[in-house]
Design a protein around this ligand. Structure first.
Ligand code: ZN
Length: 73
């Protein structure tokens, strides 16, 4: 799946796998400090079955705060 032309490379922190990932977007995935839900992207490693929320490793873009939340809709 990964090629040498990718600008971002990923390695699973649990098993060291680098090419068996999938992602999943969950609309109700996480809550901010105010308890408001927002969508979250989960990276799934199919080698060791671990799941990592993207916000655990990358800061959310500030413009994402304008996206309507589940509670707002
Ligand atoms: Zn893994």
């Amino acid at each position: 799946m990964a090629t040498t032309k990718n600008r971002i490379h990923m390695i699973c922190g649990f098993c060291g796998c680098k090419d068996e990932f999938m992602y999943q977007v969950k609309p109700e995935g996480a809550c901010n400090n105010d308890g408001i839900e927002y969508p979250e992207v989960y990276i799934l490693c199919y080698n060791c079955t671990s799941s990592t929320a993207l916000s655990e490793v990358i800061t959310r873009h500030p413009k994402d705060s304008t996206v309507p939340t589940i509670k707002d809709s």
